[in-house]
Design a binder for this molecule. Sequence first.
Ligand code: FAD
Length: 569
Amino acid sequence: MNDSTHSSAERTEVRTVRESGRTSVLVIGGGINGISTFRDLALQGVDVLLVERGDFASGASSASSHMIHGGIRYLENGEFRLVRESVQERNGLLKIAPHYVKPLQTTIPIYSTFSGILSAPLRFLTHKSGKPQERGAFLIKVGLTIYDTFSRDGGMVPRHRFLGRKKSLAELPSLDPNIKYTATYYDASMHDPERLALDVLQDGLAAHPGAHALNYVEAIARDGDEVVLRDRESGTEFPVKADVVVNASGPWTDLTNDALGVDSRFMGGTKGSHIVLDHPELLEATQGREIFFEHSDGRIVLIYPLKGRVLVGTTDIDADPSEVAVCTDEEVDYFFELVHHVFPSIPVSKDQIVYKFSGIRPLPRHEDTAPGFVSRDYRIEVDDKGSVPLVSLVGGKWTTFRALGESLSDIVLGLVHRTRTVSTLGRAIGGGRDFPRTEKAKRIWIQENLPGAGSRAERLLARYGTRAAQVWEYVEQGADAPLAGGDLSTRELEWMVAHEMVARLEDVVLRRTSIAFLGNADAEVLDEIADALAPLLGWDRSRHDAELEQTRVLLNERHGLHISSRTRG
Ligand SMILES: Cc1cc2nc3c(=O)[nH]c(=O)nc-3n(C[C@H](O)[C@H](O)[C@H](O)COP(=O)(O)OP(=O)(O)OC[C@H]3O[C@@H](n4cnc5c(N)ncnc54)[C@H](O)[C@@H]3O)c2cc1C
């Protein structure tokens, strides 16, 4: 999160909420789980206010491995409920959010036949940490066979395949020739998590006029029955009264409870980092697959292609949520070691890193359990001792957000004496509605909905899903000019400001687009976008310069970029 507070004019939406001063349900935290709960409640016609102290999906939700996965390894921890729910949700998201969630063929390189076999059942039986070590073929085969039974969606998802060394190397020639086997199965990847979160949010906003969502608004205290909010854009503080408060602050759940005067010890987050490489040879070596494996220290690692780059992650280190998470040099060295372990003939160097990111997983407090083996399942804690019930979410992955939102919403509906009228199961999300799935269907859709968009059509469809039709209609109605080397345009930016709650420069480069993720955020691009945003957001020169500086510092310090400050004549 960017910690600055500005003193700009109050946004219209903030004024509306401040003047009303009440809602039925206040959701604190605009990560994917708060947003999912918000959408679910809005669909039931419940008045709901979501507040997020940064931008939407800027916390743990921006730091994931971009995987929508069943979590095959959670089988080892005996988390069958979670695996079953995760694969059901994965299969569901491939259908309801096909614009951002895509099938991902995943290959595990295996170096031994039997290792890990003693420690895994021990963990399974005792739920204790055991000593992490590399899993052998036998254990992976058992896991994948169970996974297949949970996972297949009536035969839609192919069964896993096991190959010996020779065939594996024929498919993936750059793999370490010392492997004994590979196992290949299907999961899914999430191409634009922040935009997916925004789509879920927008569906919630559209569902009910009593649903409001504010970014850059923080819950800072409780005053009697009211929660005090601070608008970090204007600096204004104001109270809101709600019948129920939901704390969906992710890794910061205990800190938010503390601000509300409630002592809780629910959370025990772990830090995880990733690097993004611009590395055509490595990209080619993956053959479009995720390479998912276990290092000799037992930690899970992934290397996979995303948007023409290669994503490498992740670590799992106990972390303090009051500190900012950054990807350290040691983590980078560790990632390089991993790439070398799997693809020993492919050199990797630091100048191929175009972006780094790091975040804290909102995991439950764990005492003696090793970070990698802490439960990834979620639970919901209800504190109804006070006059306003406080519901805290503990945990919750990206993969399960829809089901989690429904469960959390069911509890809230009980507290406000309402019943469910709408299910989100199978309900298309945002630009996933009527999304064309085959190349032929795509071509037809583009012809019909993006006439004249030419070479921009594919990019618009990838960025907005079928919402691209509205964006293009808007773009066509005014003078337009390219921005950021053509990855954006002035009209498209206007659309984002008008329809996607952009408040800061960082929102555009980090979350409404993939400009930063792809390594395309240099000083010139930041200047260009800041210049275009200034009149749209009513920035004076000092706010314009402050935005540039904040974004530059954020990208350099949190994302490993090296953008120098520029003085323009
Ligand atoms: C390294 C890593 C890899 C991961 N990989 C995967 C993966 O591949 N697949 C998967 O399914 N999951 C993955 N996860 C887990 C997943 O990203 C998170 O569990 C999920 O995004 C949590 O969402 P959330 O909404 O609960 O929390 P968050 O996204 O953290 O949202 C909480 C929000 O609350 C806001 N907030 C805090 N305090 C206040 C306050 N007082 N007032 C207002 N707002 C406040 C914060 O700014 C934050 O945006 C990964 C996580 C990490 C860190």
